[in-house]
Design a protein around this ligand. Structure first.
Ligand SMILES: Cc1cc2nc3c(=O)[nH]c(=O)nc-3n(C[C@H](O)[C@H](O)[C@H](O)COP(=O)(O)OP(=O)(O)OC[C@H]3O[C@@H](n4cnc5c(N)ncnc54)[C@H](O)[C@@H]3O)c2cc1C
Length: 568
């Protein structure tokens, strides 16, 4: 596709909800920000309290809490209680989908106590953590030790449980894969109350491969052992401007981290961190980072930029300066670098508080940023929520690297959303075909970024109000998402399920592979106890008939007769 003409669209009539959205900043400044700040502070105190306990004590409390989960599961009466899910309030999760399954009959199990770091094992280079540990909390513990999770999702509030059972990525995923690829063991409470530890090569290895993307529908995750890597105090970040069409931008982005000679595992040629931001259809900034010691960062002539201070320009706007001043390099303290997009919520902060990027706001009120996503969701009401579904896009398109240029042209034509975030990630060819999987035969092509054991993918992050909406034209958000999903299915792409999904069941299972997931659902007795992943993702409130059908699924699928899925 080379025609970048955007379709002509009629003007849209303004409705009351447009004013509610336009003046939402009043509620955000006077209600959401102060409460957010208080919650962040109280949570921080809770984390500090937890850190004061010995690992032994934390582990003991963990074991007691696991037994409470087992007890609660056993209390469920399958003939009347509904299917099982966590008791987490829908608005607390960062994700944008409606969590409609909690508006119908269901059986809740409270996991809120699972928010502790259980162990940092420097010998095994493993962090053992509970599922509600979030990214801000874990980096506060590990970074002072010059350690980090191999993949630290950028946004502070994202939880280990959500990043594993849902989806998680960051600028080091071109080396380590998605967040779930960095986990070495899961502790899971199964439907019958058994507590098992699943690893790549123990008796539960099938379960190990089925957990990612399963949305908690195989069992409850109560702890995870996650790979740690050694890090240094600073990130040496290079900002490189790119001017050209979207295919040229895609190529420059690929060249920023994937050597054309195929030497993808060579640390000399591949940076530690990568991201690209596309600001217009012809302008982008490619960023590459390498860990650097404090001695190096502090050498005379080097620029240190502490981007974490509340009064500093927002990161995406700071990076954009490379388009005017040309390529530049600076050193950013590592923890501040990890969380560089938190304060401005990538660029969504600009829509929520249009003036919050101005110097006067940053200096006087910037210390209260960001508003908590959970509170934004809790205070938006049905009308604003529906407005965002129709007039706003928050979607990630996971596409093979060689299709990024086409994906960008598609987004421009259908949605016209800028900035766009590009973040590469490895997709491993695992021994078992999991819900998401590589393109068949990719290892024979070995395109840029691929190795014999992994295919390079990219998260094309599309977050913002589309061009037509900003120009006051008609835009049908649901239809645009539907077309995006079709494009993904045709191009071997995937849609993370934290976002609003328009997929019907048939198309859901055209996008994701059901074989191994269904096999594990039956083998581990999840059918008829836990909801299915499509049931959870499906938009719209469930009827009582749907709930009953999902509960009765077990009658039709006796767990004894389970065929093992074939390897691929
Ligand atoms: C504004 C915004 C910013 C974002 N930024 C990033 C980012 O920087 N990097 C990134 O990778 N992603 C990002 N995401 C997407 C994010 O990865 C997903 O929302 C992800 O699923 C984590 O969200 P969460 O921690 O709120 O998990 P939840 O939404 O609470 O959980 C995700 C799923 O996992 C299940 N689950 C959670 N805990 C357990 C458990 N203990 N046992 C069983 N099941 C469980 C839940 O039931 C749910 O189905 C962002 C999303 C938004 C809206």
């Amino acid at each position: 596709m080379s025609d970048l003409e955007t379709p002509l669209r009629p003007k849209r009539k303004t409705a009351i909800v447009d004013f509610l959205v336009q003046f939402r900043w009043i509620v955000v400044i006077f209600v959401v920000l102060p409460i957010s700040f208080t919650i962040y502070f109280l949570t921080y105190l809770g984390d500090v309290r937890s850190e004061m306990k010995s690992y032994k004590r934390r582990q003991k409390e963990h074991d007691e809490n696991v037994q409470k989960v087992v007890k609660r599961l056993k209390e469920r009466n399958p003939s009347k209680d509904g299917l099982v899910c966590t008791a987490r309030k829908p608005w607390i999760a960062v994700g944008m989908r409606n969590v409609d399954y909690k508006r119908a009959r269901h059986f809740e199990v409270d996991l809120s106590a699972f928010r502790n770091v259980l162990e940092i094992d420097r010998e095994r280079m493993i962090a053992k953590v509970e599922p509600l540990v979030n990214m801000g909390q874990i980096t506060r513990v590990t970074v002072p030790l010059n350690l980090a999770l191999a993949v630290v999702a950028e946004f502070d509030d994202l939880t280990v449980g959500g990043l594993i059972n849902g989806y998680g990525i960051e600028g080091s995923s071109h080396i380590y894969g998605l967040f779930s690829d960095t986990v070495v063991a899961y502790e899971i409470v199964l439907a019958d109350g058994r507590v098992v530890r699943a690893t790549k090569d123990n008796e539960y290895s099938d379960l190990f491969y089925a957990i990612p993307w399963s949305q908690g529908t195989l069992g409850f995750l109560v702890s995870a052992e996650i790979k740690l890597i050694p890090i240094k105090e600073y990130m040496r970040l290079t900002y490189k401007p790119v001017v050209g069409n979207l295919q040229e931008i895609a190529q420059a982005y690929s060249d920023s981290f994937a050597p054309r000679d195929g030497d993808q595992d060579n640390p000399e040629k591949v940076p530690d961190f990568v991201e690209t931001m596309i600001y217009t259809p012809t302008e982008a900034v490619c960023m590459t980072g390498r860990y650097a010691s404090k001695e190096e960062a502090k050498k005379k002539g080097n620029v240190i930029n502490e981007v974490g201070w509340w009064f500093k320009p927002w990161f995406y706007q700071h990076a954009q300066k490379a388009l005017k001043k040309g390529e530049f390099v600076e050193y950013i303290p590592t923890r501040e670098y990890y969380h560089r997009h938190t304060r401005s919520i990538y660029w969504e902060g600009k829509l929520i508080l249009p003036f919050a990027d101005q110097w006067w706001f940053r200096f006087f009120l910037g210390w209260m940023m960001p508003p908590k996503i959970s509170l934004l969701k809790a205070t938006q009401g049905e009308a604003i929520r529906n407005y965002y579904h129709d007039m706003h896009v928050i979607q990630d398109m996971l596409v093979p690297l060689h299709k990024v240029g086409n994906a960008l042209e598609w987004v421009h034509h259908e949605m016209e959303v800028y900035p766009i975030w590009l973040c590469p990630h490895r997709m491993y060819k695992s021994p078992i075909k999991t819900m998401i999987y590589t393109e068949p035969g990719f290892e024979h092509h070995r395109r840029q970024g691929d190795t014999h054991y992994s295919q390079m993918y990219t998260d094309v992050g599309v977050y913002y109000a589309p061009g037509p909406v900003l120009r006051g034209e008609v835009f049908d958000g649901s239809e645009a998402v539907r077309r995006m999903e079709s494009w993904l299915i045709e191009n071997h792409g995937f849609q993370p399920q934290y976002a609003v999904s328009e997929l019907d069941e048939k198309n859901f299972w055209r996008m994701f592979d059901a074989g191994h997931y269904e096999y594990c659902r039956r083998k581990y007795g999840a059918v008829g106890t836990f909801m299915s992943v499509y049931y959870k993702s499906k938009k719209g409130r469930k009827t009582e008939k749907e709930v009953q059908e999902a509960e009765q699924a077990i009658v039709e699928t006796p767990s004894a007769e389970v065929d093992e899925p074939v390897d691929y």
